[in-house]
Design a binder for this molecule. Structure first.
Ligand SMILES: [Zn+2]
Length: 262
């Protein structure tokens, strides 16, 4: 399931390929993918627009056009944007095609939970879902003090707190486990129990794990994350080689090392 690094990698691709280019054609192949306005209005308003900026907020992707219009997208479970030559055959799970001069941008989504909204750029932050987003973990506001203020009174498990998009935006199940592994913290510790040195480690682990994921996904780094790689094989702790534990925390399957994470 896409998390902040995955969405940032998609934003990076679209930014490099689309900024300054004009949308010649819009085909909505699955009307359910457009949440607002209607599929017909979505297509009509976008046609002829030029992409000005591509950005990310939490797990949301934003394509801003001239004329105060922004497409806000959420990939959910299986959504993805791909850039392909316009003559490339249409993949069976393609939900939307934005046609540019030489290439198509296609939104592909097997499970169909992903969605797009076309909104006024200056009102995008008010969109349902965007409105409640917390601090950007790679932004200038995300300091150790900020993290401390967010966690210090919370009795919930730190894993569940990391998953809350209204506290820190963009972290999902996979990176929450990676971050806690890097910070050497047990996922069931409460926010309020974290000591200053532990908060410092957690803050650092959030920033470095997400940055490492982005670097790996954009081809500039070696691995997505130590525990992310191990999780795929269900194996042993990359640090001490003991078997990883699994538990359900915050309703999500959690991998951790009981020896290294306290
Ligand atoms: Zn270990």
């Amino acid at each position: 399931m896409p998390e902040l690094p995955d969405v940032e990698a998609v934003a990076d691709l679209l930014r490099r390929r689309l900024v300054g280019r004009r949308i010649d054609r819009v085909r909505v192949l699955d009307h359910a993918v457009v949440r607002s306005p209607s599929a017909a209005a979505f297509a009509r308003r976008l046609r002829g627009r030029t992409v000005r900026h591509v950005s990310r907020r939490g797990k949301y992707l934003m394509l801003s056009m001239d004329g105060n219009l922004t497409v806000v997208g959420h990939l959910r479970m299986t959504g993805d944007f791909v850039v392909v030559p316009k003559r490339a055959p249409i993949h069976p799970h393609t939900r939307l095609v934005l046609g540019f001069d030489a290439a198509d941008v296609r939104f592909i989504d097997q499970r169909r939970f992903g969605h797009l909204d076309l909104v006024a750029t200056d009102r995008a932050a008010e969109l349902e879902g965007m409105r409640a987003l917390g601090t950007e973990p790679l932004g200038p506001d995300f300091t150790e003090e900020r993290l401390h203020a967010l966690l210090r009174t919370r009795r919930g498990a730190v894993k569940a707190l990391l998953l809350r998009q209204d506290l820190v935006a963009g972290i999902g199940n996979i990176y929450a486990d990676e971050i806690l592994f890097q910070a050497r913290l047990s996922p069931d510790r409460t926010g309020a129990s974290l000591r200053p040195a532990e908060l410092r480690r957690l803050h650092r682990a959030i920033v470095t794990s997400l940055r490492r994921g982005i670097a790996a996904l954009s081809g500039r780094g070696r691995t997505i994350g130590d525990l992310v790689e191990v999780r795929k094989r269900g194996g042993t702790c990359p640090r001490c080689r003991r078997a990883l534990r699994t538990a359900t925390i915050g309703g999500r399957t959690t991998y951790y090392c009981r020896h290294c994470q306290r």
